[in-house]
Design a protein around this ligand. Structure first.
Ligand code: RIB
Ligand code: CA
Length: 319
């Protein structure tokens, strides 16, 4: 049976790939997408999400707009330098042909999860504001979902917005702490693995030579890869990030190391703000069971998922 999923995205370039993957893969039943601020303003993220779903012929998937800023208020910072001013590598195209749902992303989660108790994976790949809001509105949610597979945080890799913090967690550390504290199964696809699964120039060229989804993805990823070339890797390639959380929920990953451990988030406002504090003390004993632990932290995975996702997107020839 296909894995039921609700994505929650701050739709920039890597989110776009994750949406295409979830929308096109036959093993995944994409029930809905929520949008959240992060890479770009939430309105722009919503437009991008609607447009991307059109491109992959999934215009029937409901999209609900969510939070425009962090749970407790405070400033928003966007990542135009990584994802382009439009969140689509400055290469997005026409406006979407439909509007978002007349509900919020948080309420959409609650309504859909309650229609399919125990079956739905929440897959947040942006700041966790909508997920924390849904939790606050419906405290029974942890008993009703299959799990939460999120892109965010780091156990031992360097941060990407500060020396210890990853962007999705740092953007709304209080929301992230609420999500890690809730008693539901969490899979953390953090920088430990997402910085090691790369989209290469060959992947880009493969997509550009493919169908409409591949051509769009190949075009918008250029700018994102240039950021990674200039700021991170030195040659044109980029981190796949968000698709890893989708793959984890769908059971598509070849996982070599993923201990189940306790995770807390630094919400102190100090230099460690937004860091995921991952209890790896059991490493030398093969990670024995930790009391109360419910977060599976991906530490080592095969990078073959990049080929799988790129081929899926490339091969789509239109609805
Ligand atoms: O740190 C990487 C994450 O931040 C990805 O989800 C990217 O899309 C941005 O949201
Ligand atoms: Ca994202």
């Amino acid at each position: 049976m296909a894995t039921k999923m609700i994505l929650d995205c701050d739709t920039g370039v890597d989110d776009t790939m994750a949406i295409m993957y979830a929308a096109l893969h036959p093993d995944i039943d994409l029930l809905a997408v929520g949008t959240v601020w992060g890479n770009v303003e939430v309105e722009r993220g919503t437009r991008n999400t609607l447009r991307v779903l059109d491109i992959v012929g999934r215009g029937e998937v409901p999209v609900a707009q969510g939070a425009a800023g962090p749970l407790l208020g405070g400033p928003t910072e966007y990542a135009y330098h990584v994802h382009g001013d439009d969140g689509q590598g400055n290469a997005g195209d026409a406006e979407p042909v439909r509007a978002a749902e007349p509900t919020t992303a948080a309420q959409q989660i609650i309504d859909i999860v309650r229609q399919h108790p125990g079956e739905v994976w929440l897959v947040p790949v942006g700041p966790l504001t909508n997920i924390a809001t849904a939790l606050a509105l419906d405290p029974e949610l942890p008993k009703l979902v299959a799990g939460v597979s999120l892109m965010g945080g780091s156990a031992s890799a360097p941060g990407n917005v500060s020396f210890v913090a990853e962007a999705n967690i740092w953007h709304d550390a209080e929301a992230a702490q609420a999500v890690f504290a809730a008693k539901w199964p969490v899979v953390m696809a953090g920088l430990d693995v997402t910085m090691k699964v790369l989209i290469t120039a060959e992947h880009r060229d493969q997509m550009l030579a493919g169908g409409p989804a591949g051509q769009y993805m190949g075009r918008i990823i250029e700018f994102y890869g240039e950021f990674y070339r200039d700021m991170v890797f030195g040659d044109w390639s980029c981190a796949m990030h968000d698709s890893i959380a989708v793959a984890a929920a769908a059971g598509h990953l070849d996982v070599q190391l993923a201990p189940v451990v306790n995770v807390e988030v630094d919400t102190t406002g100090g230099p460690g703000h937004g860091q995921t504090l991952v209890d790896l003390r059991g490493k030398y004993r093969g990670y024995p069971e930790q009391e109360g632990a419910h977060t599976t932290v991906l530490m080592e995975i095969s990078d073959s998922i990049a080929d799988t996702v790129v081929s899926l997107i490339t091969d789509f020839q239109g609805a």
